[in-house]
Design a protein around this ligand. Structure first.
Ligand SMILES: [Zn+2]
Length: 184
């Protein structure tokens, strides 16, 4: 069963396609997960991100981690595999914003990646190791952001503008929201 069947708006907890504009979560509290990233610094995000890693490890040790509670909602394993890739993609986008002036990020189709990489059948142990490594890497990168670089810009393929500051906030809301999705 593919996770993309109904439109995301119809299924609370369904991962949002990266093409949808979730950038409002940068500027105000998310009513669904309760996270407010609007005033967070990259260093504050790094600390919360690191603190989330043992919780994801706990999720991946659960019995039945690969079982979906609803046919159209990702299993905790699939959410964790997605979060691992969020860490990697956001780290890459952060690197691009340092290397280039106003880069356009390569598109990332989250749902296609989930199917192509077969999130549903990945090893929870392997995902746990990869998620922890990718999360530590991104947290280190957020810790190293200098104030003078906060407003370096990058663009998503759909034109959405990010700065290093808002990319960090966007990334952290995404991860926090998925912790809410899986009850981590
Ligand atoms: Zn949220």
């Amino acid at each position: 069963m593919s996770p993309e069947a109904p439109a995301p708006d119809d299924v609370p907890g369904q991962p949002e396609p990266d093409t949808k504009d979730w950038t409002w979560t940068i500027t105000r509290r998310c009513a669904e997960c309760g996270t407010d990233v609007s005033a967070m610094s990259p260093q504050e995000i790094a600390a919360d991100l690191r603190a989330s890693l043992p919780r994801w490890a706990g999720v991946l040790r659960r019995d039945h981690v690969a079982v979906r509670s609803e046919p159209t909602v990702w299993s905790p394993l699939e959410y964790a595999a997605h979060v691992r890739d969020v860490f990697k993609v956001m780290h890459y986008r952060l690197d691009l914003m340092y290397m280039e002036d106003e880069p356009t990020f390569p598109d990332w189709d989250q749902d296609a990646t989930a199917l192509e990489d077969d999130y549903a059948h990945q090893s929870p142990q392997v995902v746990a190791t990869q998620l922890a490594a990718a999360g530590r890497g991104l947290a280190d990168a957020f810790d190293a952001v200098l104030n003078r670089d906060l407003h370096r810009r990058g663009l998503r393929g759909n034109g959405a503008e990010f700065t290093i500051q808002t990319l960090a906030r966007y990334a952290w809301h995404d991860v926090a929201h998925h912790m809410h999705d899986v009850g981590a």
